[in-house]
Design a protein around this ligand. Sequence first.
Ligand code: RB5
Length: 154
Amino acid sequence: MSEKKAPIIIGSDHAAYDLKEKIKAFLVQRDIDVEDVGTHGKDSVDYPDFGIKVASMVSAGKFERGILLCGTGIGMSMVANKFPYVRAALCTDLFSAIMSRRHNNSNILVMGGRVVGDVLAMEIVKAWLETPYDGGRHQRRLDKFDRIDTAISD
Ligand code: RB5
């Protein structure tokens, strides 16, 4: 019996609604449970509302990994990286997606629905899900992120 895969929390604004739906189908096909926080249509919405929903859950440890999508991916990555323990990586290519896992242990993948094509987006999702974190010397560097969060809250 294959091991149950960790669920993924996903959110987008209207600009990446279509891509979100495609990624959801791609994940479900691979037996990965998806928690979709919206948006649920193409009406104009504010991306921070959905970025906050996903990033707060990852930050609180309720989900290990999430995916955020907007037109460029820039707004979502700005929002997500304000949350402690979130390491959101805006990826437009495979190499960055792989390295964001290996070296940065990224826990939120961000993409721009108006930037990447569907085929590349699915390849990025696949690589991001399958690539493990290297650990080792990289953990010393990530520990320094956590110290920023502690210093801010002191
Ligand atoms: C919405 O028009 C657009 O601003 C948003 O999707 C995103 O690209 C923001 O960074």
